[in-house]
Design a protein around this ligand. Structure first.
Ligand SMILES: *Cc1c(COP(=O)(O)O)cnc(C)c1O
Length: 394
């Protein structure tokens, strides 16, 4: 009865089922299909009269364990594991919309998520309005009679802005729209969008859920009715299914997520405090610091800070590059949520496809740097930054 467990227990045991061998670790079922005892049994399975698997594009045992563990963590009734985070996002958005519908989305989105709503959806006649999601008034003003989906990410990438999920959900419920939350930055440990009133939660499991840089994955979670009416057929027939091997890797990742994320968050906080005192840094944005502009909202909707830190080098791009090149423990990589500390310069990497104006709207300047804190010793990370900052002029 996983729903009675506290999170740390659910991260380890939620959703586990065992074969007749009674294996300790979850088994990997690398099988495309399943055999039936008789033609009648196959018929009954296809009619839905008996439980069981049919084809790995629809569902399979290891994926089922991963989905059930995620459901237990999120308080969701049902889920579908996908091959990547983007497969989860694209499926969650497109499965519930048709030509003539309208999306309102917070403009501070992961690059590919923004492409899905801003560029892909309009090709199919689905209109999209992008807003500054921090102001609830913007959500309300963007509503049209055909608005069906509100889409947001909180905290956002890379400038760690916060959207009031409960507030957006209240507005959505007034007009019968569904709120889809990309909860990657908050992790399943620190924010529960469904409890805040959101209807659908999506993850890139590639990030903290794997947490060790090994494989891609994603998941869409919601209530049973929404999945049955929207995602079930879309998922079966368009085929974004996760590999069972990846589902197994991600089950292993979930076991240690709380330990990793707590350590990463503590490291991020300590590095953020150190960077805030540097004369070469104009500002530090960290959701766990009292000087975050939305500290009150963070306290209300999150139970922890963040494994990410954004900061602004006074010396612009040259200083941001010099800093990255001088770091030794911290690696230059656009990934995040990893056990290894990773640093990136959004303007030239993750957000290079945006116009200068769009970047400015998001608060991304040439001096903006994003750190994803790993699980190393915080003292070594601080020493790495201290030494690297000395090499940066101005
Ligand atoms: C990485 C990421 C995605 C996309 O996930 P992939 O697994 O890379 O496809 C979506 N949203 C956010 C916030 C992310 O960080």
């Amino acid at each position: 009865m996983s729903h009675k467990w506290r999170p740390a227990t659910t991260f380890v045991h939620g959703g586990t089922t065992r074969s007749h061998h009674g294996e300790t670790s979850e088994a990997i079922f690398l099988t495309q299909g399943f055999v039936y005892d008789s033609a009648e049994a196959a018929e009954a399975r296809f009619k839905g009269e008996t439980d069981g698997f049919i084809y790995a594009r629809y569902a399979s045992p290891t994926n089922d364990m991963f989905e059930k563990r995620m459901c237990a963590l999120e308080g969701a009734e049902d889920a579908r594991a996908t091959a990547s985070g983007m497969a989860a996002v694209a499926s969650a958005i497109l499965c519930q919309l048709k030509a003539g519908d309208h999306i309102v989305a917070a403009r501070a989105l992961f690059g590919s998520c923004r492409w899905v709503v801003e560029t892909l959806a309009p090709k199919y006649g689905i209109e999209c309005t992008l807003i500054d999601g921090r102001d609830l008034g913007n959500w309300e003003r963007a509503i049209r009679p055909n608005t069906k989906v509100f889409f947001l990410e909180s905290p956002t990438n890379p400038t760690l802005e916060i959207v009031d999920i409960a507030g957006v959900a209240r507005l959505a419920n007034q007009v019968g729209a569904k709120v889809v939350v990309d909860n990657v930055f908050a992790t399943p440990l620190f924010q529960k969008p469904l409890e805040l009133g959101a209807h659908v939660v999506v993850y890139s499991a590639t990030k903290h859920i794997d947490g060790q840089g090994r494989c891609l994955g994603g998941v869409v979670l919601s209530d049973k009715q929404w999945i049955d009416e929207n995602l079930h057929d879309y998922f079966r027939h368009t085929g974004p299914a996760m590999s069972p091997f990846n589902a197994w890797t991600l089950l292993k990742g979930l076991e240690t997520l709380p330990l990793r994320v707590k350590q990463q968050t503590e490291n991020a906080r300590r590095v953020a405090d150190f960077l805030a005192d540097s004369k070469k840094i104009a500002k530090v944005i960290y959701p766990g610091r009292a000087d975050h502009p939305q500290a009150d909202l963070i306290a209300k909707q999150m139970s922890g800070g963040s494994t990410l830190v954004a900061f602004e080098m006074k010396g612009g791009k040259a200083a941001a590059f010099a800093l990255q090149n001088a770091l030794e423990v911290v690696k230059i990589s656009n990934n995040l949520g990893d056990a290894k500390s990773l640093i990136t310069h959004p303007a030239t990497t993750t957000h290079k496809n945006l116009t200068d104006e769009a970047r400015a709207e998001l608060g991304i300047s040439d001096g903006t740097v994003r750190l994803s804190a790993g699980i190393e010793d915080a003292e070594d990370l601080i020493a790495d930054f201290e030494r690297a900052l000395e090499t940066v002029s101005a």
